[in-house]
Design a protein around this ligand. Structure first.
Ligand SMILES: NC(=O)C1=CN([C@@H]2O[C@H](COP(=O)(O)OP(=O)(O)OC[C@H]3O[C@@H](n4cnc5c(N)ncnc54)[C@H](OP(=O)(O)O)[C@@H]3O)[C@@H](O)[C@H]2O)C=CC1
Ligand SMILES: O=C(O)CCC(=O)C(=O)O
Length: 441
């Protein structure tokens, strides 16, 4: 990432270290929220009378900044900045993941929360949009420190989360274990076992079958639908992936089942390439053992910027925001870009890709598989009745295919990009709910 990482953990001799300038005051960090605002502005002309409510989408409903102090293993005390933003709750409780990353800012979490509002409405799950994060590099923490950070953060945001208020889930650098700690901390604080407070939990703690793979499965489902629309044969097609964590690695695995060859993968540590196709299972094992794709045997190591020149039919950004920019959009050689990540393409780059005839399947539908199965998990927790994996995957495919077809039709009708079409569908739903609820006098 281009943005510098701020100091987070205490490094000096003092037991109470000072903060850097609060990240939300730093204009350099407005990036993804600025992108979201531009996307919203593009939708306004298509909303008719509902457009008078559009301002409601340009400001988050509620933003909480919390101090997260923990005792480090060596006895010093460190402070981290945490956030939980509820962008919109017109259609239901807030829903969205929690990210642990050294570059997290309030403006970024605002954008991620807003994209959750759009995504949840696009697939018509009964949620508003929310997101959270802690400005911390979890790779610098021991397991015990990670647990303390998670528990303190959960207690601090306990004011506004809850099974019917706002339900967190995994995102970058968070996983089932982190969700288990969050569920336990919230449950201890309220005095009852509240499985419905987070999704993406371990199966033995009220988690859902299929949630771990759901986002990547969704990417593969949407890829198949889009390929059909543009007449792209998946058997033998080539994919280049940026990010090989939960979303990237599962996307690669499931696309391989459809005959797609993974020719390039990039993560923070390096970029690996093999024109004949990388062995996805072996690469996954390599990353589990070494923490990065770098050094994968039999693959060619590429300079990181060359990733954007890789010849492929499908490109899947599955890492962080603002990776496809004006600087590299002209170079991309894919027929379609499927946004596994949230916000990977800036609006200017989006325009370049559209002008070049490269189909962009936006994040707000392409990666909606995760939250869809989170919804299934929440429903299962409330009913205390658990579904089998086949049922879950079938329902997931049904919802995503239906949503994608509806979006495709809107895009054709108005001759707009799939991103604008998704925003049209979603904003109409959100603003209609907003209008029905009226304003408290
Ligand atoms: N998990 C989920 O269910 C969902 C996730 N998403 C989105 O998908 C994206 C990935 O999330 P997820 O897979 O869960 O996260 P993970 O933490 O599992 O993986 C993140 C991946 O991105 C890589 N990465 C980070 N920074 C860079 C960089 N500068 N250049 C290249 N690669 C980088 C990481 O590499 P390294 O380990 O080397 O840092 C890692 O491979 C995010 O945008 C997230 O918001 C969207 C919907 C649901
Ligand atoms: O599963 C969820 O609730 C949210 C996942 C998420 O954060 C996302 O879709 O970006």
């Amino acid at each position: 990432m281009s943005s510098p990482s701020a100091p987070t953990a205490a490094t000096g001799p003092s037991p109470l270290s000072g903060h850097a300038l609060p990240s939300y005051l730093d204009p350099a960090h407005l990036g993804p929220w600025g992108d979201y605002l531009q996307q919203i502005d593009r939708v306004a002309p298509y909303l008719g009378p509902l457009g008078r409510w559009i301002e409601t989408l340009k400001r988050p409903k509620r933003s909480l900044i919390v101090d997260v102090p923990i005792r480090l293993d060596d006895g010093r005390i460190a402070h981290f900045e945490g956030y939980r933003v509820q962008h919109n709750t017109s259609r239901g409780p807030g829903k969205g993941g929690v990210r642990f990353h050294q570059d997290v800012t309030l403006a970024e979490v605002m954008a991620l929360a807003a994209w959750m509002s759009i995504k949840n409405a696009a697939v018509n799950v009964p949620y508003g949009g929310a997101k959270g994060g802690i400005r911390v590099d979890p790779k610098t923490l021991s397991l015990a420190e990670l647990e303390r950070v998670t528990r303190r953060y959960t207690s601090e945001i306990g004011l506004i989360i809850g099974p019917t208020k706002d339900i967190p889930a995994p995102d970058v650098n968070t996983n089932e274990r982190v969700m288990a700690w969050m569920m336990d901390t919230y449950s201890m604080n309220v005095g009852e076992t509240a499985t419905g407070v987070v999704t993406g939990k371990p199966i033995d703690l009220g988690g859902s079958l299929g949630r771990r793979e759901a986002t990547g499965r969704g990417v593969a489902i949407i890829c198949t639908e889009a390929a059909r629309h543009i007449g792209l044969e998946l058997q033998g097609a080539r994919v280049a992936l940026q990010g090989f964590g939960n979303v990237g690695s599962v996307s690669a695995k499931l696309l391989a089942q459809a005959g797609v060859r993974t020719v390039a993968v990039q993560d923070h540590g390096g970029t690996v390439y093999h024109g004949g196709g990388l062995d996805v299972a072996a690469l996954t094992a390599h990353v589990a053992a070494h923490g990065s794709v770098a050094g994968f045997e039999g693959a060619q190591a590429l300079p990181s910027d060359s990733f954007w020149d890789v010849e492929c039919e499908i490109m899947v950004p599955a890492a962080l925001e603002r990776q496809i920019t004006e600087a590299n959009a002209q170079r991309i050689r894919a027929r379609m870009v499927i946004e596994g990540a949230n916000g990977p393409t800036t609006p200017a780059a989006d325009d370049i890709l559209n002008e070049r005839g490269i189909l962009v399947i936006p994040d707000v539908i392409a990666n909606a598989g995760g939250v869809t199965v989170s919804y299934f998990e929440w429903v299962q927790d409330f009913s205390s009745f658990f579904w089998n994996e086949e049922e879950i995957n079938q329902r997931l495919a049904q919802i995503l295919r239906g949503a994608f077809e509806a979006i495709w039709e809107v895009a054709s009708e108005h001759r707009v990009s799939l991103r604008t079409a998704t925003f049209i569908v979603a904003c109409r739903r959100i603003l209609h709910a907003r209008e029905l609820r009226g304003l408290y006098p």
